[in-house]
Design a protein. Sequence first.
Length: 261
Amino acid sequence: MSSFIREAIKGLARSCGVKLSRVRNDEPHQIVRGLTAHRIDVVLDVGANVGQFAKSMREADFAGEIVCFEPLPQAHECLVRNFRNDKRTFVHDRTAIGGERGSIQINVSRNSVSSSILNLLPAHSDAAPESAYVDTIDTDIDCLDNVFDRYVPGEKRAFLKIDTQGYEWNVLNGAEKSLKKIDGLLLEMSLLPLYEGQRLWRDILERLEREGFVLWQILPGFSDPKSGRTLQFDGIFYRVNRDSGDAFQEIAGARSLQAPG
């Protein structure tokens, strides 16, 4: 649309007493609209790195609490600095989140954000050479179930974001009790293996459907720059209605439409 036509439309609207405003449609604002619609009070940011996701939520006007979990020492230090003046963002002690409590070794990637407990596969490193591992460190690991009530007391509504580079299934294993109290999730879902032993998108989708969630939104993710093939995307899930079980009804309805007559 040309600037001339745009201004003409605005002028016509003003003459009718109507004010036009632009709806922000970038990914953070899309996510925050979902958080608002589902009355989310607390976002649990597992795999926060230096706080990129939390920062984008604040810039998109999310006013609830954010709790960040990060196992890499340098990233954790930066995370603490980045949110030292944000009274509604809390940085948990440095630890990985997974399916058990103890200690574990994590592989550190050159770009930091691709670091993972799992071993990297060629499909990932070939598409993103900067993801190659350059070091390993030991870190504590804990389950979300062990810390959930500390940050989500009473009737607060929680949203879980998981960015753990192929380790999502393990995080869910350690959140069996917490998931029953969680109203929404965002997590990476891979179309083909990028890390050894990771579960792919279909396994995650079916698991979350069994837990009462529906796939609410798909956001673009990681693609191979040479072939253009999508390797990974972000899936957002919500419980349509925690009390009435509408999530299960919606899933069943969708499947019945797809079933052969």
